[in-house]
Ligand binder design. Structure first.
Ligand code: AHR
Length: 330
């Protein structure tokens, strides 16, 4: 047998063995193999984000799903890099909570070309084509802003004209610039307070969803406006908690000199309400792990999932804080 024919036979045997061993392997995510989920988390921004990642880890572990987590440290470029790395690793499903709304088109097209399904958790993206992701699981942020606005209108409807004869001056601590919760909460709140001309937003600036920045920006608001400020609307609890410190340091009483409304419903907010320093928190539930993992399992099983999965949430005014705190899971 010539050397070339012997080499051909040997190559054929290798191919055959490879094919046989391949057919013994279960399909990715199929019965007998573990589903691999690549998850890009935003990073250490707030108590909410910590609760969110804990929930995802627990739900994945319970379902026996292999979870590969990448921390974006609050940067979109890190998230894009993480998604590209998940595509290269050929994970079964990619999930991520986009730090900002725009700029995802190319990487989502790459995931689509690689036939890796993408699930958005918590935050939305703006893309030209719906098919670039399967579903969005999370809160309705516009509605959260509306709930905050409705609570404010209701709160002041109980006040007499004598207590508040003139304008009601609001300062707003926005979330991270360009993020869905910041854009949507601002929109929902503005839409509701527009119904009553007494309400005026006199200052609005980002506190980046963090306690430290919330405090810093509130100090600036206080320096500029002082006792003219009647209301603070903070897009999350962490910024409200930072602002509370700034208000106290300025010699004012948070929760009475300044009415404070925030969003999330973390334990720290309940403690602040019990201490009389925060008036209300609108719930934004971070415990998305079980819903995400259920969706991942359905996708891996080839089932169709709804385009939008909205979480159910409440509003907690300080009157109910003491009774609710023991029930809080985050
Ligand atoms: O996307 C959810 C928001 O992001 C939460 O309100 C906030 O606390 C966070 O960091």
């Amino acid at each position: 047998m010539s050397r070339i024919i012997r080499l051909d036979l040997a190559f054929g045997l290798v191919v055959l063995l490879a094919a046989c061993s391949g057919s013994d392997q279960p399909a990715p995510g199929g019965e007998g193999s573990k589903i691999v989920l690549g998850f890009s988390q935003i990073g250490a921004e707030s108590e909410w984000q910590t609760a969110n990642i804990t929930s995802v880890r627990a739900a994945a572990a319970e379902a026996g799903i292999t979870l590969r987590i990448s921390d974006a440290q609050l940067k979109q470029e890190n998230q894009i890099e993480a998604l590209r790395s998940f595509i290269a690793q050929r994970v079964d499903v990619i999930a991520f909570s986009p730090v900002v709304e725009t700029g995802w088109e190319s990487v989502l097209r790459e995931a689509k070309a690689a036939e890796i399904p993408v699930i958005l958790t918590d935050r939305a993206v703006e893309v030209s084509e719906d098919t670039l992701y399967l579903t969005l699981i999370g809160s309705d942020f516009v509605e959260e802003g509306r709930k905050a606005g409705r609570w404010l209108l209701e709160h002041y409807s109980k006040e007499t004209a004598k207590d508040h004869p003139g304008d009601i001056n609001i300062v707003e601590l926005q979330g991270r610039v360009g993020s869905a919760p910041a854009n949507d909460r601002q929109k929902g709140f503005a839409e509701i307070i527009a119904a009553d001309p007494r309400f005026r937003i006199i200052r609005s600036q980002t506190g980046e969803f963090t306690r430290a920045k919330g405090k810093e920006v509130m100090e600036e608001f206080l320096k500029a406006e002082g006792r003219r400020i009647n209301v603070l609307f903070a897009h999350n609890d962490d910024m409200a908690l930072g602002a509370i410190q700034a208000i106290e340091e300025a010699g004012m009483k948070p929760g009475s000199d300044i009415t404070i409304i925030s969003i999330d419903g973390v334990k720290g907010a309940f403690e602040a309400m019990i201490a009389g320093k925060l008036n209300v928190t609108v719930e934004c539930n971070p415990l998305l792990g079980p819903q995400l993992i259920a969706a991942v399992k359905d996708v891996a099983a080839g089932k169709t999932i709804p385009r939008r999965i909205v979480t159910e949430e409440s509003v907690f005014p300080r009157e109910v804080a003491a009774q609710e705190l023991p029930k809080r899971k985050y």
